[in-house]
Design a binder for this molecule. Sequence first.
Ligand code: R5P
Length: 263
Amino acid sequence: MGIGKANRLARIFRPSTGRAVMLALDHGMALGPITGLEKPAGVISLLAPYADSLMATKGVFNHCYTPDGRAGIVLRASGATTIVGPDLTAETLTATIDEALMLSADAMATSIFVGTDNERDSIENLAALAGDCAPYGMPILAVTAVGKDREKQFDAKYLGLACRVAAEHGADMVKTYFTPESFEHVTGCCPVPIIIAGGPKMGTEEDVFRVARAALDQGAMGIDMGRNVWQNPNPVGMMKALAAIVHEGASVADAVAILNEVR
Ligand code: R5P
């Protein structure tokens, strides 16, 4: 691996632990002003100090982010569909390598929708982006997205297939959902690091910590959560607790204690 790519990945996977706390803030591109992320600038200034990297669109980085040279930048590079449109999975590429370089991005992210009518187009997007990024040492994060088909989110066989397909088409890291069933198979059969999304807000904070702990114990290399952080009334507590799970090996009970210290 070249120095440029290695250096960028080191701003995503903290060198002292090899693990990543990425804060997901890209939801507005398809969902508009979703609850908790109505004003991205405030969320970023509050939570960025606790994240290794931030994942957002060019619009958010250009208008809602104050550069401080600290957190890594993961530029969402696919989209152009919305939740009210005919098909959320019909994405196209929405950012270029030049835009990523202008932003001093550390990675570009694109979704793949395996098993949908747009499977081929979305995987082509990934492969093309990987080709564009390779000469610059720009890492690619593939997001194994499920569109509106939430059933797939818990299917280890589907997730294992999607993650492996992502790696085979040029992803340097893959974001997927955690499933309690056979997640080791998902991580074990993917040759690049896996980080997990949180998905819709869970019932309790403990549920979120359980998912993060179990995913890491089964081979995940980090988290890329959004709603379960910034839709929580104590988002700073959530970030601190999740960072302790990821980087310090904290247990679920430890995480609950950290959360309660911040209240
Ligand atoms: C999904 O395509 C988006 O990339 C989100 O960033 C991702 O779902 C993670 O956010 P959350 O933890 O809210 O699911």
